[in-house]
Structures are given as structure tokens and as C-alpha cells.
Design a protein around this ligand. Sequence first.
Ligand code: ADP
Length: 547
Amino acid sequence: PSVPREGELPVLPPDVDRETFNKAVAEIKGSLGEENVELNDKPLVDGWYMEHPNTHDAFHIVQQSELVSSATVFPGSTEDVQTIVRWANKYLIPVFPISMGRNLGYGGAAPRVRGSVIVDLGRRMKKVLKVDGQNATCIVEPGVSYFALYEEIQKTGYPLWIDPPDVGGGSVLGNAIDRGVGYTPYGDHFANHCGMEVVLPSGEVVRTGMGALPGKNGADNPSWQAFQHAYGPSVDGIFSQSNFGIVTKMGMWLMPDTGNQSYVITFPKDDDFEQIIEIIRPLALNRILGNIPQLRNVIQELAVTGKPKSHFYQGKDPMPREVIRSHAKNMPCGDVAWVFYGTVYGPEETRDMQLDIIRREFAKVPGSKFMLPHELPKDHYVHSRVNVCSGTPELRELDWLNWKPNGAHLFFAPITPTKGEDARVVHELVTRLHKKWGFDSFPTWCVAGREMHYIANIVYDRADDDEKRRAIGLMREMVAEAAAEGYGEYRTHLIFMDQVARTYGWNNQALMRLNETLKDALDPNGILAPGRAGIWPKRFRGKGYEL
Ligand code: ADP
């Protein structure tokens, strides 16, 4: 859809006239302080990852001016968040919470509903509230990035690791509740959170898990970060990938620094992936593979150099296999098809035993080659993987964006069991549809054990409307075709949330009807992030907002 940004700015929230909006803004300025409310009335600037906007999606896939806020508010405390939520209920203004808004590829800082007010928790609520060096836990506010938590832990001197995702500038809390992943044994971020504090859409504050039981003399509960489930229904899950509350504090488990050894295995043939995955499964289930390893297509060896596609190929079409091959053969991993990045943990003796088994098992694939990081050049990508896999945040993954001018990316991320036959179905449809829509295909499997996240990274030029149109077409078709085969995404960009939510439609959308029941009970005025995860409050349902 074409939404020019003309006329009076900022754009207004739905069903709110300018007079009411101005009155509401004056009121919230009075509560939070003039400096903690910013109108979105200036030209939109995409910036870059570390200087990202909090007004719109920096990686716009629709028009830049489509997914925009009316204003951003900056709470400094849980009480401020309560004030904002009560204010939103009074004026029926949708608010969209972000921790830091570096969720690039999934919508960045943008709201799902145009004209929502962004609640940017990260600017002022950015304390590491506690590090328990003995029990290896911490409590963070939304504005704590992986870099900040890393530095804070370094200061304590405890031999503890955090688990960073590919790029370390995002929010620890934001990533966990959006169910992001990393690559150490603690790579399932949501599974390694422990205890939350949440402001509900009514303005009420709750603490989940053991945190619901007050500590002695009003202290925080001593087991809040030690035990996830506590007593009664486990409600933490409903605050992840949802719009049921604003999370203001979260506990995370930290990993003891056990020692680690990363390695790389290359495989020569495009068709090897099924056999590789069949080898991975028992190793992962038996915990011989220490981490969440990645199996990457060789084209990524070109992309992570940070050189543009035009350096390798002048054509506009997807880079032909022979061209990839001709460049790969001059690169450190050579003329291969797949590159496996793994890491083992623990004391040297156990690592060596694991590595022996890993070498032996993967050697069953003819032509495979095992390498340690020191065998690869100093500027090779493996060294940034070593950091990520041993708790040190990185930015190297951003080098991909140079592939295209004005590079932006979008992820297609379906889940399959760790089985070669499922991998083949998804990989074939992704490869075919990327060709059809004219994109290079960058597949990666991240293997957690019984399941794999297949991550297809669509890199597009955000100044090229036709490319954006084709990227959307590609996504929509991949989501639909994968769902027809029984595969669903674990996470998606704002504009695909409705479509993905609908694919989880077993028994006439029973799960969505449950989510809507919860939404209407918790948020009767529909003020909190309407449409997020495809969940629309009754005030918005069926009014043409769904995509
Ligand atoms: P990051 O900076 O880690 O990449 P974001 O802050 O953009 O992540 O968070 C990702 C998404 O998770 C946001 O778009 C938002 O919908 C949701 N989210 C983030 N933080 C919160 C929070 N504290 N409470 C509720 N939802 C949140």
C-alpha cells in the first residue's frame, strides 16, 4: 500500500482526532516531563543498526512512511510505564512497547498499527539490577544490551558468560521475549529467562514465578531467578511474542565459563545436507554437540566478507551456482557447498573426546574437511563465531548488508524436526521460490536438538520498490507453501504476523480464539500493541487491519 507522509504530522492514532491527541500529549508530557515525549513529526531517518530510529522500521519492506508512530514516550521506571498504560486507556491510544527497537528484520522499532505511540523502555530503563555470581543469574531492565550486560559481568570478575545472538546491540530482555536465539548451550533465550515483572494493560504490575512471593521485609524473593515455575499456572509464556503486558524486568540465567573449542567442517556437495542433518541429530540428542551449531550455505562465505554482490557478479539475477563456486574456490573454505560452525564446551579432556566423535561421525560424508579456527585466516568469519559461541557480543553479522545497496533484510524462519527429509522439503521450496522471485538464497540451519530453525535471510535494496514488492511476494509464498507442508515460522516481521498466525489454525483457529479471549480479558480497550503476533483486540478485529 502507498502511504505518503504528507499533511499535518505526526500521523494520528486510529480514531483519535488532532485536538484530542494534542491534549493527550500535553497530559503525558506533564506526567513524564517534556523531554520524555517526542512527536514523530520530523523527516524519517533510517540511520544504521547502532543509531536506529525509534519512529519507524529502519528496514522498511513496505513504504518507509507506512509503519510509523505518532510519538515516542520514554518511561524511567515501572511506575512511569503504569502511568503511560493508564493514559493510553483514557484516550484509547494504542501503545507499542519496545526495549531497544533493534529488532531489524522483524520490524525494528515500528508499531504494527500506524500512529501508535512507541513506549521506548530502553533509553532510560537500562540498569543491570543484579548479578548473582554464585548462582549465575542476573536481572535486567529492557534497555540492557548484550554489550552492556557483557561489560557489567566483566566488571564483576565472575567467570560467567551471556548468550549473545548474531548481533549484540539488541536488548537482552527484548530478544528473550521475542524468543530470539543464540548459539551457546543457553541459546534458547526464552527458556533461559527466569522471572519477570510485567505491567498489564490495566496498569496493574505482576511478578511471575517465585517473584510473586514477597521476600523477607519486602525484599525481592531470593529464589526469583532460581526457579522458573513456582506455583500455579505458568504464565510467563503468554508475555512472549504477544501483546498481553509490558515487561519491565527480567531474570536471565548466565552460563559458567567452562572453556570452549570451536571448529568448522566443510562439505563438498549441495546434496550433502540430508546426510549431514542425519549425523547431527544423534550427536545433538546425546549432547556431543555442545551448542546450537549452524550449517550455512557456501554463498555466505562470500556475503560475510562484507563485499557487495557486485564485487562477485554483475548480473541482476540470483548468482548462478557456477559463479559462487568460482569465487568460493579462492576463499579459505574452498569450493564446497556447506560450512558447519560448531563449538564444544567443558574441560579440555572432555572437549577432546567430543571432538574425536564429531570428527569421526562427520567424516562419513565423503570429501568433508574438519578445521580448527587457527587454521583459517585471522579475518575469517569463524573468529566472530568463536566470540558469539563463547559469550562475547559481535557486530560482524551486519557485514551481510553490504550485499545490496541500501541493504536491508527479512527473515523466513520455519521450524522442522532435525531430520533430513523435512529439511529437504523446506530447502527445496525456499530455493525454488527465491529463484522465482529473483533473490539469492542464503540458507542456514540452526540446530537445537530435536528441531532446527531454518533461517532464510532475504537481503533487499530498500530504495528499490520493485525489489521490496518481490521480497514480500517471496515471503508470502514461502509462508503459505511451508504451511501447506506442515511447517511454521517461529517469528516474523510485523507485516506477516497475521498470515503466520493464521497458519497456526488447527481446529478452526482454536489457538487464536484462545489468544483473543485472553486479549479481550486483559486489554478490553485494545490499547497494547494491537495486531502483534496476529492478535487483534475486539476494538480492531475485522475492521480491515489484518493483512
Ligand atoms: P531488540 O532491541 O532486542 O532487537 P526490541 O526491543 O525491538 O528488540 O523487541 C522486540 C519486540 O519485542 C518488540 O518489537 C516488541 O514488540 C516486543 N517487546 C520488546 N520489549 C518489550 C517489553 N519490555 N515488553 C513487551 N514487549 C516487548
